[in-house]
Design a protein around this ligand. Structure first.
Ligand code: 0HH
Length: 210
């Protein structure tokens, strides 16, 4: 019996980074997908702490908020740095990823047709920050923080993969970031996860835009 359950809409959305983390760590989880019809009945929404999905279950713990879910898994499975300073830096990185994810979701759900060109033009300025972070590391060939993968890495790689669908050439001028995405995506369990039908058949977003 899997240790964890993720209840979400059947999209990659805000859960795919957690699924990538779980897959990479060799952990088992169960996905429970909620249809729009079920959601519109309102019972699940009424129970949700902030009226939204996803919700994550770990034994007696019920947790809402996708970033809290990532952090819980990170604390539990050693994906939160080696000490307090690492933890804080990983939080800083994840907040940077969240800022970009919010912009991406605004485009997808609110402004896709009119905003797409301008959004793609704005990406180099966004990606530069992450390229610089990787460049400050000794060989530019590791992770966002320290010498070990953290939840922020899964979150960033997931978001960058979505951007490669939106704008396939968008990482071309960022050698460290391109190599980073390739390196993490080719970790054996992540590669297996990314090439699974479950992942491939799951739409990125809930409105069919990507
Ligand atoms: N801060 C929260 C987090 O990080 C934000 C969660 C959130 O945005 O966890 N939840 C949305 C997700 S749905 C939600 O619950 C976004 C796409 C919806 C389209 C679904 C299509 C499904 C197709 C099978 N929204 C519902 C709501 O607010 O009532």
């Amino acid at each position: 019996v899997p240790e964890y359950t993720i209840v979400s809409f059947n999209i990659r959305g805000r859960c795919e980074a957690a699924r990538m983390l779980l897959a990479d760590q060799g952990l088992e989880w169960k996905d429970e997908f909620v249809t729009i019809d079920t959601w519109l009945q309102g019972d699940l929404k009424a129970k949700a702490v902030f009226g939204q999905l996803p919700v994550f279950k770990d034994g007696g713990l019920t947790l809402y908020q996708s970033n809290a879910i990532l952090r819980h898994l990170a604390r539990k499975h050693g994906l939160y740095g080696k000490d307090l300073n690492d933890q804080s830096c990983i939080d800083m990185m994840n907040d940077g990823v969240e800022d970009l994810r919010i912009k991406y979701l605004q485009l997808i759900y609110k402004n896709y047709e009119e905003g797409k060109d301008a959004y793609i033009k704005s990406l180099p300025a966004e990606f530069k920050y992450f390229e610089n972070v990787l460049g400050q590391k000794k060989y530019g060939n590791g992770f966002l923080v320290g010498n070990k993968i953290s939840f922020a890495d899964y979150n960033l790689v997931d978001l960058l993969c979505n951007h490669l669908v939106l704008a396939p050439g968008c990482l071309a001028e960022f050698p460290l970031l391109s190599a980073y995405v390739k390196r993490i995506s080719s970790r054996p369990r992540i590669q297996a996860f990314l090439s699974s039908d479950a992942h491939k058949n799951r739409p990125i977003n809930g409105n069919g835009k990507q």
